[in-house]
Unconditional design. Structure first.
Length: 224
């Protein structure tokens, strides 16, 4: 495995996301303030220190992340959100501000003006939400923690904007299950990606599996 000099720790402010189908009403200032108070009372905070070696992308970082888990957010969704944050690591990558801002992506890469260049969904978004994402950003990705068949069935009934540009990554279920068993409020992970396989080490446990990578257009293409 290649090594590289470690940069300074990068800190990300706490955030929260729930399953895309559980989003609340459109944002208003009063709604945002109320939801922020609710989040402070109900969210569970997790802290991650991550040694990232993404051989496939040539990214080597020591990362620190605080992530707030809403009561309606499953452990598998939280773990997928953290792994997506690692595998999409970029100097301009930011996490969404949470359920108080339901129109934001789970993660995004922005340009210096603040415009979204890559919209990243976690979970299985509704077709309408995905359609809005493809119109709002030139690049869109989905990191799914469970079967995306419900989305595909929905999309076969309607056409979304630029579906051929949507990247789809399906997390290996064995990796999610293993990480859920050892998930703690303060976690130290080593994350390695090489030749499309993701390896995560927590303490003396290492789990691995292939990250299925495809496009939405390929998934929707007629089978021959």
């Amino acid at each position: 495995m290649r090594t590289a000099a470690r940069p300074e720790h990068r800190r990300v402010q706490p955030c929260d996301r729930v399953r895309p189908t559980d989003r609340g009403p459109p944002s208003t200032p009063a709604h945002n303030r109320a939801m922020a108070r609710v989040m402070a009372l109900t969210a569970t905070m997790y802290r991650f220190t991550i040694e990232l070696s993404d051989v496939d992308r040539g990214v080597y970082e020591t990362l620190e992340l605080r992530a707030a888990q809403h009561p309606s957010e499953s452990a598998g969704y939280l773990i997928t959100r953290v792994l997506a944050w690692c595998l999409e690591q970029d100097r301009d990558l930011v996490m969404g501000r949470g359920i108080a801002f339901p129109d934001e992506p789970a993660l995004s890469v922005t340009d210096p003006t603040g415009a979204i260049q890559r919209w990243i969904e976690v979970g299985v978004p509704a077709a309408d939400r995905l359609h809005r994402a493809t119109k709002a950003a030139p690049s869109v990705a989905i990191y799914a923690h469970r079967s995306i068949q419900p989305l595909l069935l929905d999309l076969r009934q309607r056409q979304i904007h630029r579906q051929e540009l949507v990247d789809v990554f399906i997390m290996p279920q064995e990796v999610l299950a293993d990480l859920e068993r050892v998930l703690s409020r303060n976690s130290a992970w080593s994350v390695l990606r090489s030749d499309g396989v993701v390896y995560v080490t927590v303490g003396d446990m290492t789990t691995s599996g292939p990250l299925a990578a495809t496009t939405l257009a390929a998934l929707l293409a007629p089978q021959t």
